[in-house]
Design a protein around this ligand. Structure first.
Ligand code: MN
Length: 152
């Protein structure tokens, strides 16, 4: 598993840098901003739900490990279904028998600034309590992304 992810990661990095040097017109540049939240979700498996306010919904990724605060660290982030904006403040218990049953607590929240966005790469800066600075989400296969902490 790790070996395969590493191979994907290498491909993604190539893609990432290839894209960085692509024609400026191909990227949608934006100075837009919004809110983000990271909900620590103790379900069947502990994970962290990373959600960005984008396109009037919460774009969401499930991250199996704590999110990176140091540059050079990357995490697998599996994109899951969009959530309604109102979910951004949710903390509490999801009852047994319901999807995601377990406890949810807000691990970090704040605002973000969108730097650039394509189908495959979303770059942004975070301004939260725990997470600050430059990050990138890089899609490498299906719903699988890498969340990368960059040097600010
Ligand atoms: Mn979850």
């Amino acid at each position: 598993m790790e070996t395969t992810i590493f191979a994907w990661f290498k491909d993604s990095i190539h893609l990432y840098f290839a894209d960085s040097s692509s024609q400026p017109g191909e990227q949608v540049m934006s100075a837009s901003s919004g809110r983000f939240v990271i909900q620590k979700h103790q379900a069947t498996h502990l994970h962290y739900d990373f959600r960005l306010e984008l396109d009037s919904v919460l774009k969401s990724w499930a991250v199996p490990k704590e999110l990176p605060t140091q540059p050079g660290i990357r995490r697998l982030a599996v994109q899951v279904e969009d959530h309604e904006l109102s979910y951004i403040d949710f903390e509490g218990t999801i009852p047994k028998g319901e999807y995601g049953a377990g406890t949810v607590e807000i691990w970090d929240k704040g605002t973000y600034t969108l730097i650039s966005r394509t189908d495959k790469i979303i770059e942004f800066t975070l301004d939260g309590s725990k997470l600050k600075g430059s990050y990138a989400l890089v899609n490498f296969k299906d719903n699988n992304w890498l969340l990368i902490k960059k040097k600010s």
